[in-house]
Ligand binder design. Structure first.
Ligand SMILES: Nc1ncnc2c1ncn2[C@@H]1O[C@H](COP(=O)(O)OP(=O)(O)O)[C@@H](O)[C@H]1O
Ligand SMILES: [Mg+2]
Length: 377
């Protein structure tokens, strides 16, 4: 049964869904409109949740990767060993002792540190944008092989970086490449696979793991991100056991890795309790950020924080929760405890504010278009 036009409009206007939510949560495949309250709509999240749970003034703590690594390390939280920040104005080595403002300075530092594998990622990056991973480096000649098998040189890698950085944030983080725990390498050996762990911090300062998943990368890719083709798999938080996974753009559930044929569904992750503990410890240390998505590498010696995310793919996470997050009363209570209103499907002050905001967004878009037309004359 497909939704009527009226039902779709209600999902958008009263529940704060975006059209892509409607498809992602199965409303186009027979899920009844009565299930609307089980999912948090993307627009609702953007308008009434995001900035309440994670104060935008504090975003820099996780969204600037260099700030994140220095801050996390300051508390002794395990992060990949980091070499420095390459930036034309304020580049510096990890210890703040030497500038990393030019390519020759970077090459000199790499020659001093001699990492066996190197990751270069934009300080303002996200969703795997612009990441280079070198798996083999010959420090005598400066030649290197990328994770996808291309031959290059260190000099070429750094000379090719856009000085503007990513998303308007300048600079790049240089970091040792870290390895998978052997059990995870067996499942997906070609990428560094990461868990995504969502934590909330209650008013009394206690942290709770809200949901977790893992991404297993595919052959031919540099990284494991779902948008780049990784398999996304839910994890049962209490036990660390993986469920059936999903691949972007491919309908149906997956129980085995498409490249290795290894079955992951039903398997227990190594070092899972340590991973949960690490995320709970980290969650309470980032002020003003109370609902974060952590990327964690489970390495041979233990879990390591790869990054924190204030925007942690609400839709991707909810697609993995079979019945929808908001079907669970404990989750509702926890989210409301963060001071956010949850949708009820009735016309309310929030909905009115949302409708107004929608109208305002549209007006702005039109004004921008008119402005562009006028200035291009
Ligand atoms: N130090 C590292 N060692 C190995 N792989 C890494 C490292 N840093 C990043 N990666 C790979 O790149 C992916 C994206 O990195 P991440 O730091 O999470 O940035 P983004 O914000 O782009 O998601 C990771 O999921 C992982 O597969
Ligand atoms: Mg990430």
């Amino acid at each position: 049964m497909t939704l009527s036009r009226l039902q779709r409009n209600k999902l958008v206007w009263l529940w704060g869904y975006r059209p892509a939510d409607i498809t992602a949560y199965g409303f186009d495949d027979g899920r009844p409109a009565a299930d609307a309250g089980r999912y948090l709509g993307s627009d609702w999240n953007r308008r009434f949740v995001q900035d309440v749970v994670n104060d935008p003034r504090n975003h820099v703590l996780t969204e600037h990767k260099w700030v994140f690594y220095r801050f996390a390390d300051g508390f002794g939280l395990p992060v990949p060993p980091t070499i420095g920040f390459f930036d034309s104005v304020q580049g510096t080595t990890w210890d703040g002792e030497r500038p990393l403002r030019t390519v020759p300075q970077v090459l000199a530092e790499l020659d001093r540190v001699r990492p066996t594998g190197l990751v270069v990622k934009p300080a303002g990056g996200g969703q795997g944008a612009q990441i280079t991973i070198l798996d083999r480096i010959d420090h005598a000649t400066g030649t290197a092989t990328t994770r996808t098998g291309e031959e290059t040189t260190l000099e070429r890698v750094f000379a090719a970086l856009d000085p503007g950085g990513e998303r308007g944030v300048s600079g790049y983080v240089l970091q040792h490449a870290v390895r998978n725990h052997p059990e995870l390498a067996q499942l997906a050996p070609t990428t560094t696979n990461t868990c995504r762990v969502l934590t909330t911090v209650a008013t009394d300062g206690t942290a709770h793991v809200h949901a977790a998943s893992i991404r297993l990368g595919r052959r031919g890719g540099m990284i494991d991100n779902w948008g780049s083709g990784g398999v996304s798999i839910p994890i049962d938080v209490a036990t660390g056991v993986m469920g059936p996974g999903i691949l972007k753009g491919v309908p149906g559930d997956l129980t085995e890795h498409p490249d290795t044929g290894e079955r992951f569904a039903g398997r227990e992750l190594p070092l899972w309790q340590e991973t949960v503990e690490l995320c709970r410890r980290a969650a309470v240390l980032f002020p003003g950020l109370r609902f974060l998505g952590w990327d964690v590498v489970i390495g041979p010696d233990g879990p390591m924080l790869l990054e924190g995310n204030v925007h942690w793919s609400l839709r991707g996470s909810q697609m993995l929760a079979a019945d929808g997050w908001l079907a669970d009363p404990d989750t509702r209570e926890r989210v409301e405890g963060l001071g956010v209103p949850l949708p009820t499907g009735r016309v309310s002050r929030q909905v009115a504010a949302g409708v107004l905001a929608r109208g305002r967004d549209r007006a702005r878009r039109v004004a921008r278009r008119v402005g562009r037309t006028l200035t291009s004359r």
